[in-house]
Ligand binder design. Sequence first.
Ligand code: NDP
Length: 243
Amino acid sequence: MNKPLVVITGASSGFGAEIAKLFNQEDYPMLLLGRRKEKIMKLPLNFEKVVVDSVDVTDGEAFKNSIKEAEAVYGPTDLLINNAGVMLLGNVQNQEPNEWKTMIDTNVLGVLNGMQAVLTNMKDRKHGTIINMSSLAGRKTFVNHAAYVASKFGVHGLSETVREEVSSYNVRVSLVAPGAAETELLTHVTDQQALSDYEAWKDTMGGFTMNPVHVAEAVKFIYDMPQEVNIREIDIAATRQDG
Ligand code: NDP
């Protein structure tokens, strides 16, 4: 039987790239989104049933159109993984407000854009799963993370709200909340002090954090449960992470 379409945002690196590899190994047709299309094209995937599109998740229209085009080929989206996100560490007292806006636009509005693009169809079909990538920073506070924490508490709040709204339609909304992991996330931080504080914190964990593969495995585990079972949230972090 043909497998249904899986849409992954932020597939060009980190968690998204690892999630794409896992679903590709099981032959799912996929729509992989990110602004750096060329980076996705270099992933070690079998691209036979993979559509790659350069989409900024903050552009709701482009996001919806891209999904529509992939669905015209592979049928309705059965799994949307809203993974794209940015973490620009900084102290509220001196951080550029543009950085707050980038985080809220990407981490919160980007997730809402994705959900809006697929929810009607999932409700009509009484089938489908949305997994939003939040963070432990969506459950607790971290110094120098104020705007990021605000965005990820937002992801937690909106996910649980929509979960309640669509549960009676047999549609699953789930969350993964990872701790620190080895991805490109830190490479966009401009505040050098916040960055070195983060590195010092990492040193307390032996200098390395979680392999992103395990976050991808958690995502796959959620999806692989039968449709009538919804793992509402997985919190996953390196054993040595204290906070
Ligand atoms: P990476 O920086 O490696 O990946 C982030 C991905 O998001 C990239 O593929 C990037 O693609 C994409 N992205 C960023 N902005 C946009 C945008 N506007 N439109 C489309 N795609 C975008 O980091 P991670 O893999 O770590 O991050 C993935 C998610 O995991 C994020 O939501 C992050 O907040 C969350 N997270 C990460 C943790 C960590 O320690 N690594 C811990 C907890 C949560 P491109 O630049 O090509 O657009």
